[in-house]
Design a protein around this ligand. Structure first.
Ligand code: FMN
Length: 147
């Protein structure tokens, strides 16, 4: 099974999440490719069985230019028959905008026809023990459904 992880990260929290998930999925035997959103074309998802997007949210939910560019590419794709998952790190002090871009991308994948494999994992800032468990559990669920 091929998994493609794309992450957006400025201060490293979402990159850490991507690294953890990549390691988990590799341990389950997935063929995983992981890359930064700035250097990735959304069409890369077309070669994967499982499409994963892990993102920050900055600026009260307003997408950064990198996120907008990728979002526009993603919207054009037909991902029916594929599974997807979204995750991300935010900060609850932003209230209703907490991890807003994670949910923007969740809607985009659904619009592309992909099926959600696990509920979004949203964490606060750097991953703590509970967050690591949540990522491990998501990987386990992905493996149970696809592995
Ligand atoms: C200027 C600024 C704006 C932010 N806006 C939001 C926001 O709207 N919603 C949110 O959940 N987190 C917000 N955050 C928190 C970041 O998303 C959070 O620190 C995240 O862990 C950063 O991820 P990264 O380390 O992968 O870049 C903001 C942080 C900063 C510095």
């Amino acid at each position: 099974m091929k998994a493609k992880i794309v992450y957006a990260s400025m201060t490293g929290n979402d990159e850490d999440m991507a690294d953890m998930l990549e390691e988990d999925l590799q341990d389950y035997g997935f063929d995983v490719d992981s890359s930064d959103v700035s250097f990735t074309d959304a069409t890369d998802y077309e070669d994967a069985d499982l499409c994963i997007f892990i993102t920050y949210t900055y600026g009260e939910g307003k997408m950064t230019d990198e996120l907008v560019d990728f979002y526009e590419q993603l919207k054009e794709l037909d991902l029916s028959g594929k599974y997807f998952a979204v995750m991300g790190s935010g900060d609850r002090t932003y209230g209703e905008h907490f991890c807003e871009n994670v949910f923007d991308y969740q809607k985009a994948f659904i619009a592309c026809g992909a099926k959600e494999i696990t509920a979004p994992v949203t964490i606060e800032n750097a991953p703590d023990e509970d967050d690591i468990d949540a990522i491990d559990n998501a990987a386990k669920e992905m493996n149970e459904k696809l592995g």
